[in-house]
Design a protein around this ligand. Structure first.
Ligand code: GLU
Length: 558
Protein backbone atom coordinates (compact mmCIF):
# COMPACT_ATOMS: atom_id res chain seq x y z
CA UNK A 1 0.00 0.00 0.00
CA UNK A 2 1.46 3.37 -0.84
CA UNK A 3 1.80 5.88 1.94
CA UNK A 4 -0.83 8.18 0.60
CA UNK A 5 -3.42 5.46 0.40
CA UNK A 6 -2.42 4.22 3.79
CA UNK A 7 -2.96 7.63 5.25
CA UNK A 8 -6.35 7.95 3.61
CA UNK A 9 -7.45 4.61 4.94
CA UNK A 10 -6.45 5.70 8.41
CA UNK A 11 -8.42 8.89 7.94
CA UNK A 12 -11.44 6.87 6.87
CA UNK A 13 -11.08 4.47 9.80
CA UNK A 14 -10.99 7.41 12.23
CA UNK A 15 -13.90 9.04 10.50
CA UNK A 16 -15.96 5.88 10.87
CA UNK A 17 -14.91 5.15 14.44
CA UNK A 18 -13.74 8.38 16.04
CA UNK A 19 -14.12 7.01 19.58
CA UNK A 20 -12.07 3.91 19.05
CA UNK A 21 -8.46 4.15 20.09
CA UNK A 22 -7.93 0.55 21.23
CA UNK A 23 -6.59 -2.19 19.01
CA UNK A 24 -7.22 -5.93 18.79
CA UNK A 25 -3.99 -6.43 20.73
CA UNK A 26 -5.39 -4.45 23.63
CA UNK A 27 -8.52 -6.60 23.57
CA UNK A 28 -6.34 -9.69 23.57
CA UNK A 29 -4.73 -8.56 26.80
CA UNK A 30 -8.04 -7.59 28.34
CA UNK A 31 -9.53 -11.01 27.65
CA UNK A 32 -6.66 -13.46 28.14
CA UNK A 33 -6.86 -17.20 27.53
CA UNK A 34 -8.79 -19.09 30.17
CA UNK A 35 -6.90 -20.93 32.81
CA UNK A 36 -8.53 -24.32 32.40
CA UNK A 37 -7.51 -27.88 31.67
CA UNK A 38 -6.73 -28.90 28.14
CA UNK A 39 -9.77 -31.16 27.94
CA UNK A 40 -12.23 -28.83 29.63
CA UNK A 41 -14.82 -27.32 27.36
CA UNK A 42 -15.99 -23.72 27.36
CA UNK A 43 -19.50 -23.57 25.98
CA UNK A 44 -22.20 -20.99 25.83
CA UNK A 45 -25.87 -20.46 25.34
CA UNK A 46 -26.49 -17.39 23.21
CA UNK A 47 -30.18 -16.59 23.04
CA UNK A 48 -31.71 -13.66 21.23
CA UNK A 49 -34.37 -11.98 23.36
CA UNK A 50 -37.37 -12.85 21.22
CA UNK A 51 -39.89 -13.06 24.02
CA UNK A 52 -39.94 -16.74 24.88
CA UNK A 53 -37.70 -19.72 25.38
CA UNK A 54 -38.15 -22.17 22.52
CA UNK A 55 -38.07 -25.86 23.43
CA UNK A 56 -35.25 -26.26 20.91
CA UNK A 57 -33.32 -23.52 22.73
CA UNK A 58 -33.73 -25.32 26.02
CA UNK A 59 -32.32 -28.38 24.28
CA UNK A 60 -29.33 -26.38 23.00
CA UNK A 61 -28.75 -24.84 26.41
CA UNK A 62 -28.90 -28.28 28.02
CA UNK A 63 -26.38 -29.78 25.61
CA UNK A 64 -24.02 -26.82 26.07
CA UNK A 65 -24.38 -26.98 29.82
CA UNK A 66 -23.73 -30.74 29.94
CA UNK A 67 -20.74 -30.45 27.63
CA UNK A 68 -19.11 -27.98 30.00
CA UNK A 69 -20.20 -29.75 33.14
CA UNK A 70 -18.97 -33.21 32.18
CA UNK A 71 -15.54 -31.83 31.28
CA UNK A 72 -15.13 -29.53 34.31
CA UNK A 73 -15.34 -26.62 31.97
CA UNK A 74 -17.23 -23.35 31.87
CA UNK A 75 -20.76 -22.71 30.67
CA UNK A 76 -21.77 -19.12 30.12
CA UNK A 77 -24.80 -17.21 28.84
CA UNK A 78 -24.45 -14.43 26.34
CA UNK A 79 -27.39 -12.35 25.28
CA UNK A 80 -27.44 -11.70 21.54
CA UNK A 81 -29.58 -8.59 21.48
CA UNK A 82 -28.30 -6.77 18.43
CA UNK A 83 -31.25 -7.58 16.23
CA UNK A 84 -33.40 -4.71 17.39
CA UNK A 85 -36.27 -5.69 15.08
CA UNK A 86 -36.72 -9.06 16.78
CA UNK A 87 -36.03 -7.85 20.29
CA UNK A 88 -38.80 -8.11 22.86
CA UNK A 89 -38.29 -5.96 25.93
CA UNK A 90 -37.68 -7.75 29.24
CA UNK A 91 -37.75 -11.17 27.64
CA UNK A 92 -34.21 -11.86 28.79
CA UNK A 93 -35.48 -12.13 32.35
CA UNK A 94 -37.96 -14.83 31.48
CA UNK A 95 -35.24 -16.73 29.60
CA UNK A 96 -32.94 -16.69 32.55
CA UNK A 97 -35.69 -17.57 34.97
CA UNK A 98 -36.79 -20.54 32.92
CA UNK A 99 -33.27 -21.86 32.50
CA UNK A 100 -32.79 -21.71 36.24
CA UNK A 101 -36.04 -23.57 36.79
CA UNK A 102 -34.50 -26.35 34.73
CA UNK A 103 -31.34 -26.20 36.83
CA UNK A 104 -29.27 -25.02 33.93
CA UNK A 105 -27.04 -22.72 35.86
CA UNK A 106 -24.40 -20.61 34.18
CA UNK A 107 -20.89 -20.09 35.55
CA UNK A 108 -20.76 -16.70 33.90
CA UNK A 109 -23.32 -14.53 32.22
CA UNK A 110 -25.54 -11.50 32.20
CA UNK A 111 -26.55 -11.98 35.81
CA UNK A 112 -23.51 -13.78 37.16
CA UNK A 113 -20.94 -11.48 35.55
CA UNK A 114 -17.47 -12.88 34.87
CA UNK A 115 -14.01 -12.07 33.57
CA UNK A 116 -15.17 -11.80 29.99
CA UNK A 117 -17.99 -9.35 30.63
CA UNK A 118 -20.06 -7.74 29.30
CA UNK A 119 -22.18 -10.73 28.34
CA UNK A 120 -24.76 -8.66 26.53
CA UNK A 121 -23.90 -7.86 22.93
CA UNK A 122 -25.49 -4.42 23.03
CA UNK A 123 -22.89 -3.54 25.67
CA UNK A 124 -19.99 -4.82 23.58
CA UNK A 125 -20.30 -2.35 20.73
CA UNK A 126 -16.87 -0.87 21.38
CA UNK A 127 -15.30 -4.30 21.02
CA UNK A 128 -16.92 -4.89 17.63
CA UNK A 129 -16.00 -1.41 16.47
CA UNK A 130 -12.39 -1.97 17.50
CA UNK A 131 -12.16 -5.11 15.41
CA UNK A 132 -13.93 -3.55 12.44
CA UNK A 133 -11.72 -0.48 12.55
CA UNK A 134 -8.76 -2.76 12.17
CA UNK A 135 -10.40 -4.71 9.36
CA UNK A 136 -10.98 -1.42 7.55
CA UNK A 137 -7.36 -0.50 7.99
CA UNK A 138 -6.30 -3.87 6.63
CA UNK A 139 -8.75 -3.48 3.72
CA UNK A 140 -10.55 -6.62 4.78
CA UNK A 141 -13.76 -4.66 5.23
CA UNK A 142 -15.26 -1.75 3.37
CA UNK A 143 -18.04 0.81 3.49
CA UNK A 144 -21.12 0.11 1.40
CA UNK A 145 -23.68 2.79 0.53
CA UNK A 146 -26.01 0.58 -1.50
CA UNK A 147 -29.65 1.24 -0.83
CA UNK A 148 -32.43 -1.37 -0.78
CA UNK A 149 -33.23 -0.31 -4.36
CA UNK A 150 -29.62 -0.82 -5.43
CA UNK A 151 -29.66 -4.30 -3.95
CA UNK A 152 -32.95 -5.10 -5.70
CA UNK A 153 -31.48 -3.96 -8.97
CA UNK A 154 -28.42 -6.17 -8.52
CA UNK A 155 -30.66 -9.10 -7.68
CA UNK A 156 -32.79 -8.54 -10.79
CA UNK A 157 -29.74 -8.51 -13.02
CA UNK A 158 -28.42 -11.69 -11.41
CA UNK A 159 -31.77 -13.40 -11.81
CA UNK A 160 -31.96 -12.41 -15.46
CA UNK A 161 -28.44 -13.79 -15.95
CA UNK A 162 -29.39 -16.95 -14.04
CA UNK A 163 -26.65 -16.28 -11.52
CA UNK A 164 -26.55 -16.77 -7.80
CA UNK A 165 -27.97 -13.71 -6.10
CA UNK A 166 -26.08 -11.71 -3.52
CA UNK A 167 -23.46 -9.05 -2.99
CA UNK A 168 -20.30 -10.61 -4.36
CA UNK A 169 -17.54 -10.29 -6.93
CA UNK A 170 -18.16 -7.62 -9.55
CA UNK A 171 -21.65 -7.08 -8.21
CA UNK A 172 -20.19 -5.85 -4.95
CA UNK A 173 -20.17 -2.31 -6.34
CA UNK A 174 -18.96 -0.47 -3.28
CA UNK A 175 -15.86 -2.64 -3.08
CA UNK A 176 -14.54 -0.63 -5.99
CA UNK A 177 -15.26 2.91 -4.82
CA UNK A 178 -12.25 5.17 -4.44
CA UNK A 179 -11.24 6.06 -0.89
CA UNK A 180 -11.78 9.72 -1.64
CA UNK A 181 -15.36 9.06 -2.66
CA UNK A 182 -15.97 6.95 0.42
CA UNK A 183 -14.54 9.64 2.69
CA UNK A 184 -16.67 12.30 1.04
CA UNK A 185 -19.87 10.29 1.22
CA UNK A 186 -19.30 9.42 4.88
CA UNK A 187 -18.63 13.08 5.59
CA UNK A 188 -21.89 13.89 3.82
CA UNK A 189 -23.69 11.67 6.31
CA UNK A 190 -24.87 9.16 3.75
CA UNK A 191 -26.23 5.96 5.25
CA UNK A 192 -23.86 3.05 5.04
CA UNK A 193 -23.15 -0.45 6.26
CA UNK A 194 -19.78 -2.14 6.58
CA UNK A 195 -19.15 -5.32 4.65
CA UNK A 196 -16.53 -8.00 4.98
CA UNK A 197 -14.47 -8.46 1.82
CA UNK A 198 -14.74 -12.12 0.95
CA UNK A 199 -11.93 -13.77 -0.93
CA UNK A 200 -13.96 -16.94 -1.43
CA UNK A 201 -15.24 -18.62 -4.52
CA UNK A 202 -18.66 -20.23 -4.51
CA UNK A 203 -17.47 -22.95 -6.82
CA UNK A 204 -14.90 -24.17 -4.33
CA UNK A 205 -16.11 -26.85 -1.99
CA UNK A 206 -14.56 -26.64 1.43
CA UNK A 207 -14.63 -29.20 4.23
CA UNK A 208 -15.70 -28.05 7.63
CA UNK A 209 -15.70 -30.26 10.69
CA UNK A 210 -18.73 -30.66 12.89
CA UNK A 211 -18.47 -32.60 16.15
CA UNK A 212 -21.70 -34.48 15.48
CA UNK A 213 -21.79 -34.78 11.71
CA UNK A 214 -17.99 -35.04 11.11
CA UNK A 215 -16.78 -33.47 7.84
CA UNK A 216 -19.31 -31.39 5.96
CA UNK A 217 -18.56 -30.53 2.37
CA UNK A 218 -19.98 -27.11 1.57
CA UNK A 219 -19.49 -24.23 -0.86
CA UNK A 220 -17.04 -21.55 0.14
CA UNK A 221 -18.54 -18.17 0.94
CA UNK A 222 -18.11 -15.49 -1.66
CA UNK A 223 -20.67 -13.01 -0.38
CA UNK A 224 -19.44 -9.77 1.10
CA UNK A 225 -21.65 -10.06 4.14
CA UNK A 226 -22.67 -7.08 6.22
CA UNK A 227 -20.78 -7.04 9.48
CA UNK A 228 -21.95 -3.70 10.80
CA UNK A 229 -25.48 -2.49 10.18
CA UNK A 230 -26.69 1.06 9.56
CA UNK A 231 -27.54 1.39 13.23
CA UNK A 232 -23.93 0.72 14.20
CA UNK A 233 -24.72 -2.73 15.59
CA UNK A 234 -22.97 -5.86 14.37
CA UNK A 235 -24.71 -8.71 12.56
CA UNK A 236 -24.94 -12.16 14.14
CA UNK A 237 -22.15 -13.54 11.92
CA UNK A 238 -19.66 -10.98 13.05
CA UNK A 239 -20.64 -10.72 16.70
CA UNK A 240 -20.56 -14.51 17.01
CA UNK A 241 -16.98 -14.70 15.74
CA UNK A 242 -15.72 -11.81 17.85
CA UNK A 243 -17.44 -12.92 21.03
CA UNK A 244 -16.60 -16.58 20.81
CA UNK A 245 -13.01 -15.58 20.16
CA UNK A 246 -12.62 -13.18 23.04
CA UNK A 247 -14.67 -15.28 25.44
CA UNK A 248 -12.57 -18.31 24.48
CA UNK A 249 -15.39 -20.66 23.64
CA UNK A 250 -13.95 -24.08 22.83
CA UNK A 251 -17.09 -25.56 21.24
CA UNK A 252 -19.86 -23.55 19.64
CA UNK A 253 -23.05 -25.53 20.17
CA UNK A 254 -26.00 -24.23 18.20
CA UNK A 255 -28.92 -25.32 16.03
CA UNK A 256 -28.41 -26.88 12.62
CA UNK A 257 -30.05 -23.85 10.96
CA UNK A 258 -26.59 -22.27 11.22
CA UNK A 259 -24.82 -24.87 9.08
CA UNK A 260 -25.47 -22.87 5.94
CA UNK A 261 -23.59 -19.88 7.35
CA UNK A 262 -20.79 -21.99 8.80
CA UNK A 263 -18.50 -21.10 5.80
CA UNK A 264 -18.97 -17.40 6.56
CA UNK A 265 -17.83 -17.93 10.12
CA UNK A 266 -14.87 -20.07 9.09
CA UNK A 267 -13.84 -17.34 6.66
CA UNK A 268 -14.08 -14.59 9.28
CA UNK A 269 -11.95 -16.57 11.72
CA UNK A 270 -9.37 -17.15 9.05
CA UNK A 271 -9.31 -13.50 7.92
CA UNK A 272 -8.78 -12.39 11.49
CA UNK A 273 -6.11 -15.03 11.94
CA UNK A 274 -7.90 -16.45 14.95
CA UNK A 275 -8.10 -20.10 15.90
CA UNK A 276 -11.52 -21.50 15.10
CA UNK A 277 -13.44 -23.11 17.95
CA UNK A 278 -14.98 -26.54 17.46
CA UNK A 279 -18.57 -26.55 16.24
CA UNK A 280 -21.51 -28.82 16.96
CA UNK A 281 -24.77 -28.21 15.12
CA UNK A 282 -27.67 -29.79 16.93
CA UNK A 283 -30.60 -31.34 15.14
CA UNK A 284 -33.76 -29.27 15.41
CA UNK A 285 -36.59 -30.59 17.48
CA UNK A 286 -39.24 -31.14 14.89
CA UNK A 287 -42.74 -32.30 14.33
CA UNK A 288 -44.32 -34.66 11.87
CA UNK A 289 -46.88 -32.59 10.03
CA UNK A 290 -48.87 -34.85 7.72
CA UNK A 291 -45.81 -36.84 6.80
CA UNK A 292 -43.57 -33.77 6.53
CA UNK A 293 -40.92 -33.03 9.10
CA UNK A 294 -40.82 -29.42 10.23
CA UNK A 295 -39.35 -27.39 13.06
CA UNK A 296 -41.55 -26.99 16.14
CA UNK A 297 -43.27 -23.68 15.63
CA UNK A 298 -44.64 -21.34 18.23
CA UNK A 299 -47.58 -20.55 16.00
CA UNK A 300 -48.80 -24.11 15.55
CA UNK A 301 -47.35 -26.14 18.41
CA UNK A 302 -47.92 -25.21 22.02
CA UNK A 303 -45.02 -27.49 23.00
CA UNK A 304 -42.66 -25.22 21.05
CA UNK A 305 -42.30 -22.97 24.08
CA UNK A 306 -40.84 -24.06 27.38
CA UNK A 307 -43.57 -22.17 29.16
CA UNK A 308 -46.06 -24.76 27.93
CA UNK A 309 -44.46 -27.48 30.06
CA UNK A 310 -44.44 -25.23 33.08
CA UNK A 311 -48.07 -24.24 32.63
CA UNK A 312 -49.15 -27.83 32.17
CA UNK A 313 -47.18 -28.77 35.25
CA UNK A 314 -44.76 -31.28 33.80
CA UNK A 315 -42.11 -31.89 36.42
CA UNK A 316 -38.81 -30.43 35.26
CA UNK A 317 -37.08 -33.79 35.74
CA UNK A 318 -39.27 -35.39 33.15
CA UNK A 319 -38.77 -32.62 30.59
CA UNK A 320 -35.02 -32.83 31.11
CA UNK A 321 -35.09 -36.61 30.98
CA UNK A 322 -37.05 -36.46 27.76
CA UNK A 323 -34.59 -34.03 26.18
CA UNK A 324 -31.65 -36.10 27.38
CA UNK A 325 -33.19 -39.20 25.88
CA UNK A 326 -33.09 -37.39 22.54
CA UNK A 327 -29.40 -36.77 23.06
CA UNK A 328 -28.53 -40.36 23.74
CA UNK A 329 -30.40 -43.63 23.24
CA UNK A 330 -29.00 -45.29 26.33
CA UNK A 331 -30.15 -42.51 28.64
CA UNK A 332 -33.63 -43.94 29.23
CA UNK A 333 -32.42 -47.18 30.75
CA UNK A 334 -29.83 -45.30 32.81
CA UNK A 335 -32.24 -42.75 34.25
CA UNK A 336 -34.95 -45.27 35.11
CA UNK A 337 -32.42 -47.37 36.94
CA UNK A 338 -31.18 -44.33 38.83
CA UNK A 339 -34.75 -43.28 39.59
CA UNK A 340 -34.00 -39.86 38.09
CA UNK A 341 -31.35 -39.07 40.73
CA UNK A 342 -28.42 -36.91 39.74
CA UNK A 343 -29.38 -36.86 36.08
CA UNK A 344 -26.65 -34.49 35.02
CA UNK A 345 -24.03 -37.09 35.93
CA UNK A 346 -24.98 -39.11 32.85
CA UNK A 347 -21.77 -39.92 30.95
CA UNK A 348 -22.60 -37.51 28.20
CA UNK A 349 -20.65 -37.01 25.03
CA UNK A 350 -21.51 -34.55 22.32
CA UNK A 351 -20.32 -36.70 19.45
CA UNK A 352 -22.74 -39.44 20.44
CA UNK A 353 -25.77 -37.24 19.79
CA UNK A 354 -28.42 -39.02 17.92
CA UNK A 355 -29.47 -37.21 14.77
CA UNK A 356 -32.53 -39.34 14.06
CA UNK A 357 -34.84 -39.08 17.03
CA UNK A 358 -35.68 -35.42 17.24
CA UNK A 359 -39.35 -35.65 16.40
CA UNK A 360 -41.09 -34.22 19.42
CA UNK A 361 -42.87 -37.05 21.15
CA UNK A 362 -45.35 -36.01 23.81
CA UNK A 363 -46.10 -39.65 24.63
CA UNK A 364 -42.50 -40.18 25.55
CA UNK A 365 -42.53 -37.07 27.70
CA UNK A 366 -45.65 -38.33 29.48
CA UNK A 367 -43.97 -41.67 29.98
CA UNK A 368 -40.98 -40.02 31.70
CA UNK A 369 -43.35 -37.91 33.77
CA UNK A 370 -45.37 -40.84 35.03
CA UNK A 371 -42.19 -42.71 35.81
CA UNK A 372 -40.62 -39.79 37.63
CA UNK A 373 -43.72 -38.88 39.65
CA UNK A 374 -44.04 -42.48 40.79
CA UNK A 375 -40.55 -42.31 42.31
CA UNK A 376 -41.17 -39.40 44.70
CA UNK A 377 -42.83 -39.50 48.11
CA UNK A 378 -46.42 -38.39 48.70
CA UNK A 379 -45.13 -35.44 50.71
CA UNK A 380 -42.86 -34.36 47.88
CA UNK A 381 -45.72 -34.81 45.46
CA UNK A 382 -47.94 -32.55 47.57
CA UNK A 383 -45.21 -29.95 47.80
CA UNK A 384 -44.74 -29.91 44.05
CA UNK A 385 -48.43 -29.83 43.19
CA UNK A 386 -48.89 -27.00 45.66
CA UNK A 387 -45.99 -25.03 44.17
CA UNK A 388 -47.50 -25.49 40.75
CA UNK A 389 -50.97 -24.52 41.95
CA UNK A 390 -49.69 -21.36 43.64
CA UNK A 391 -48.59 -20.03 40.26
CA UNK A 392 -51.01 -21.57 37.82
CA UNK A 393 -54.16 -22.77 39.52
CA UNK A 394 -55.61 -20.91 42.50
CA UNK A 395 -58.55 -23.32 42.85
CA UNK A 396 -56.26 -26.27 43.15
CA UNK A 397 -54.18 -24.34 45.65
CA UNK A 398 -57.23 -23.67 47.82
CA UNK A 399 -58.24 -27.32 47.61
CA UNK A 400 -54.85 -28.50 48.84
CA UNK A 401 -54.48 -25.83 51.51
CA UNK A 402 -57.86 -26.73 52.99
CA UNK A 403 -56.44 -30.02 54.21
CA UNK A 404 -52.89 -30.81 53.17
CA UNK A 405 -52.85 -34.09 55.05
CA UNK A 406 -55.94 -35.28 53.21
CA UNK A 407 -54.39 -34.35 49.87
CA UNK A 408 -51.16 -36.14 50.78
CA UNK A 409 -53.14 -39.26 51.68
CA UNK A 410 -54.68 -39.16 48.21
CA UNK A 411 -51.27 -38.76 46.63
CA UNK A 412 -50.04 -41.70 48.67
CA UNK A 413 -52.42 -44.22 47.13
CA UNK A 414 -50.39 -47.23 46.00
CA UNK A 415 -47.21 -45.20 46.03
CA UNK A 416 -44.96 -46.91 48.55
CA UNK A 417 -44.77 -50.26 46.90
CA UNK A 418 -42.66 -52.17 44.43
CA UNK A 419 -44.76 -51.29 41.46
CA UNK A 420 -46.21 -47.89 42.29
CA UNK A 421 -49.18 -46.50 40.37
CA UNK A 422 -48.38 -44.12 37.56
CA UNK A 423 -51.56 -42.07 37.51
CA UNK A 424 -50.11 -38.63 37.04
CA UNK A 425 -48.05 -37.00 34.32
CA UNK A 426 -48.73 -33.27 34.72
CA UNK A 427 -50.00 -31.31 37.70
CA UNK A 428 -52.67 -29.52 35.71
CA UNK A 429 -54.67 -32.72 35.32
CA UNK A 430 -54.44 -33.97 38.88
CA UNK A 431 -57.49 -32.11 40.11
CA UNK A 432 -59.71 -33.80 37.57
CA UNK A 433 -58.52 -37.24 38.64
CA UNK A 434 -59.02 -36.70 42.34
CA UNK A 435 -61.88 -34.19 42.49
CA UNK A 436 -64.38 -36.82 43.69
CA UNK A 437 -62.56 -37.06 47.02
CA UNK A 438 -63.91 -33.63 47.88
CA UNK A 439 -67.57 -33.53 48.91
CA UNK A 440 -68.39 -30.27 47.16
CA UNK A 441 -66.94 -31.60 43.89
CA UNK A 442 -68.67 -34.92 44.36
CA UNK A 443 -71.97 -33.14 44.99
CA UNK A 444 -71.64 -31.30 41.69
CA UNK A 445 -70.98 -34.57 39.92
CA UNK A 446 -73.99 -36.08 41.68
CA UNK A 447 -76.21 -33.21 40.64
CA UNK A 448 -75.11 -33.60 37.06
CA UNK A 449 -76.09 -37.25 37.23
CA UNK A 450 -74.08 -40.33 38.09
CA UNK A 451 -74.24 -42.95 35.39
CA UNK A 452 -74.19 -46.64 36.30
CA UNK A 453 -73.57 -49.40 33.80
CA UNK A 454 -76.79 -49.56 31.79
CA UNK A 455 -76.55 -53.24 31.10
CA UNK A 456 -77.22 -53.95 34.78
CA UNK A 457 -80.76 -53.57 35.98
CA UNK A 458 -81.40 -50.60 38.26
CA UNK A 459 -82.96 -52.80 40.91
CA UNK A 460 -79.86 -54.97 41.04
CA UNK A 461 -77.72 -51.87 41.44
CA UNK A 462 -79.88 -50.71 44.35
CA UNK A 463 -79.71 -54.11 46.04
CA UNK A 464 -75.98 -54.33 45.61
CA UNK A 465 -75.53 -50.89 47.10
CA UNK A 466 -77.85 -51.69 50.00
CA UNK A 467 -75.91 -54.84 50.80
CA UNK A 468 -72.66 -52.96 50.53
CA UNK A 469 -73.97 -50.41 53.00
CA UNK A 470 -74.63 -53.18 55.51
CA UNK A 471 -70.97 -54.18 55.58
CA UNK A 472 -69.41 -50.81 54.95
CA UNK A 473 -66.12 -51.45 56.72
CA UNK A 474 -62.57 -50.71 55.70
CA UNK A 475 -60.91 -51.21 59.05
CA UNK A 476 -59.95 -54.63 57.77
CA UNK A 477 -57.08 -55.64 55.48
CA UNK A 478 -57.47 -55.27 51.74
CA UNK A 479 -57.73 -59.00 51.03
CA UNK A 480 -60.30 -59.43 53.79
CA UNK A 481 -62.28 -56.54 52.39
CA UNK A 482 -62.16 -58.05 48.94
CA UNK A 483 -63.42 -61.39 50.29
CA UNK A 484 -66.26 -59.51 51.92
CA UNK A 485 -67.09 -57.90 48.60
CA UNK A 486 -67.15 -61.33 47.03
CA UNK A 487 -69.79 -62.56 49.46
CA UNK A 488 -72.09 -59.66 48.63
CA UNK A 489 -71.41 -60.05 44.95
CA UNK A 490 -72.30 -63.71 45.17
CA UNK A 491 -75.44 -62.95 47.16
CA UNK A 492 -76.56 -60.62 44.38
CA UNK A 493 -75.81 -63.21 41.73
CA UNK A 494 -72.59 -61.79 40.33
CA UNK A 495 -70.02 -64.36 39.21
CA UNK A 496 -66.92 -64.26 41.35
CA UNK A 497 -65.12 -66.74 39.20
CA UNK A 498 -64.33 -65.36 35.78
CA UNK A 499 -64.00 -68.73 34.08
CA UNK A 500 -67.43 -69.71 35.27
CA UNK A 501 -68.78 -66.37 34.12
CA UNK A 502 -67.31 -66.80 30.66
CA UNK A 503 -68.81 -70.25 30.28
CA UNK A 504 -72.25 -69.41 31.66
CA UNK A 505 -72.64 -65.68 31.65
CA UNK A 506 -76.43 -65.91 31.17
CA UNK A 507 -76.67 -67.41 34.66
CA UNK A 508 -75.28 -64.22 36.24
CA UNK A 509 -76.10 -60.54 36.37
CA UNK A 510 -72.46 -59.67 35.84
CA UNK A 511 -68.96 -60.51 37.01
CA UNK A 512 -66.89 -59.31 39.96
CA UNK A 513 -65.54 -56.33 38.03
CA UNK A 514 -69.13 -55.26 37.29
CA UNK A 515 -69.98 -55.52 40.94
CA UNK A 516 -66.96 -53.49 42.10
CA UNK A 517 -67.76 -50.90 39.46
CA UNK A 518 -71.20 -50.32 40.95
CA UNK A 519 -69.54 -49.38 44.22
CA UNK A 520 -66.85 -47.43 42.43
CA UNK A 521 -69.30 -45.40 40.36
CA UNK A 522 -71.43 -44.63 43.42
CA UNK A 523 -68.45 -43.40 45.40
CA UNK A 524 -66.31 -41.73 42.74
CA UNK A 525 -68.78 -40.94 39.97
CA UNK A 526 -66.60 -42.76 37.45
CA UNK A 527 -65.65 -46.23 36.29
CA UNK A 528 -62.02 -45.23 36.51
CA UNK A 529 -60.49 -44.42 39.85
CA UNK A 530 -57.48 -45.22 41.96
CA UNK A 531 -57.63 -48.43 44.00
CA UNK A 532 -61.14 -48.54 45.47
CA UNK A 533 -60.14 -49.97 48.84
CA UNK A 534 -57.69 -47.06 49.30
CA UNK A 535 -60.35 -44.59 48.21
CA UNK A 536 -62.82 -45.95 50.77
CA UNK A 537 -60.20 -45.83 53.48
CA UNK A 538 -59.33 -42.21 52.79
CA UNK A 539 -62.97 -41.11 52.59
CA UNK A 540 -63.89 -42.95 55.78
CA UNK A 541 -67.00 -44.86 56.72
CA UNK A 542 -69.39 -41.93 57.08
CA UNK A 543 -68.68 -40.23 53.79
CA UNK A 544 -68.88 -43.54 51.99
CA UNK A 545 -72.23 -44.35 53.63
CA UNK A 546 -73.53 -40.94 52.76
CA UNK A 547 -72.66 -41.25 49.10
CA UNK A 548 -74.07 -44.76 48.78
CA UNK A 549 -77.30 -43.73 50.47
CA UNK A 550 -77.70 -40.74 48.19
CA UNK A 551 -77.38 -43.02 45.18
CA UNK A 552 -79.87 -45.55 46.53
CA UNK A 553 -82.41 -42.78 47.06
CA UNK A 554 -81.77 -41.25 43.68
CA UNK A 555 -81.99 -44.57 41.85
CA UNK A 556 -85.12 -45.52 43.74
CA UNK A 557 -86.79 -42.23 42.92
CA UNK A 558 -86.27 -42.60 39.19
N1 GLU B 1 -28.49 -15.83 18.88
C1 GLU B 1 -28.53 -16.99 18.05
C2 GLU B 1 -29.95 -17.54 18.06
O1 GLU B 1 -30.70 -17.19 18.95
C3 GLU B 1 -27.62 -18.04 18.63
C4 GLU B 1 -26.88 -18.85 17.69
C5 GLU B 1 -25.61 -19.33 18.38
O2 GLU B 1 -25.73 -20.03 19.38
O3 GLU B 1 -24.54 -18.98 17.94
O4 GLU B 1 -30.30 -18.28 17.21
Amino acid sequence: MDNNKNEKINILADLLFPDISETIDVLKKKFPERNIDKNSEVTRFAPSPTGFLHTGSLFTALVSFLTAKTTNGVFYIRLEDTDTKRKVENSENSFLKELKIFNIIADEGIEEGGKYAPYKQSERIKIYHTVIKELIKKELAYVCFCTAEDLDEIRDIQKANKQITGYYGNYARCRYLSIDEVINRVKNNEHYVIRFKSNGNHENKIKLYDEIRKFISIAENDIDIVILKKDGLPTYHFAHVVDDHFMHTTTVIRGEEWISSFPIHAQLFSALNWKMPKYAHLPLISKNDNGKKRKLSKRFDPEATVNFFLQEGYPIESVLAYLMSIINNSFEEWVLKKKFKDMFSFPFSINKINLDSTLFDIKKLKFFSREFLSTISAEEMTKRVLEYAQTYDKNLEALIQKDKKFFTQIMNIERNQDNPRKDYFAFKYIEKTIAFFYDEKYDTMFKNGIIFDEKIDKKIVIDALKDFLEVNNVSILENEWFDLMKTIALKNNFAINNKEYKENSHNFVGNMADFINIIRVAITGSKISPNLYCVLKILGKNKVANRVQKNILQLGAK
